[in-house]
Write a protein of this length. Structure first.
Length: 153
C-alpha cells in the first residue's frame, strides 16, 4: 500500500526520481526540414509539384542532400533542377504544414495536401488543413512567415 510515509521513503531513496517529477525536460529544436526518417517531404519529388502538377514519388536513386535532409526525385533531371535552385522548389516552412505554421505550431504533412501560390509550394497536414489554408490566403502566409523559424524551438 502506498501511503504518505512510504511515498516519502521512496523519494528519499531515489532523489533523482523525486527531482525529475518537478522539472521539465529540455526540448531540442525541431529540424529545419520536415523529414521522416531523414527523407524530406515523405519522399515526394518537390520539382514534380511544379512540372507534373501534383505529388510524384521520388527515388533514392535520384537524391540530393540539402538542409539536413535527403530529398528524393523521380528523375535525375528533376534532381538537377532542385540542386541548381533548391529555394525555388522546396516547400515553404521547411515542408511542415503551412496552415499549422500560420497558427504558430509545427505539424507533419502529406503529399496530397498541397498548393502552389505565387510560384511557391505549400504543404499541409491533411486535405482539411489545405482547405482552411486556401480559404485564408494570403493572410495565412504572412502569419506563417511571422512565426517562422521561431516555431522550430
Amino acid at each position: 500500500m502506498l501511503t504518505r510515509r512510504n511515498t516519502l521513503r521512496l523519494f528519499a531513496a531515489t532523489p533523482l526520481i523525486g527531482l525529475a517529477a518537478f522539472t521539465s525536460p529540455a526540448l531540442a529544436a525541431e529540424p529545419e526540414t520536415y523529414a521522416e526518417g531523414g527523407v524530406a517531404i515523405d519522399g515526394s519529388d518537390a520539382v514534380a509539384y511544379f512540372t507534373e502538377h501534383g505529388p510524384v514519388p521520388g527515388s533514392p536513386d535520384h537524391s540530393f542532400d540539402w538542409r539536413g535532409a535527403r530529398w528524393q526525385f523521380s528523375s535525375a533531371a528533376n534532381r538537377d533542377l532542385f540542386a541548381a535552385e533548391p529555394e525555388r522548389y522546396a516547400p515553404a516552412f521547411g515542408g511542415y504544414c503551412a496552415f499549422a505554421a500560420s497558427r504558430g505550431y509545427l505539424a507533419p504533412t502529406m503529399p496530397e495536401a498541397w498548393s502552389i501560390y505565387e510560384d511557391r509550394l505549400y504543404l499541409n497536414a491533411n486535405l482539411r488543413a489545405r482547405e482552411l489554408w486556401l480559404a485564408e490566403l494570403p493572410s495565412v502566409i504572412a502569419a506563417g512567415e511571422a512565426n517562422w523559424p521561431g516555431i522550430l524551438g
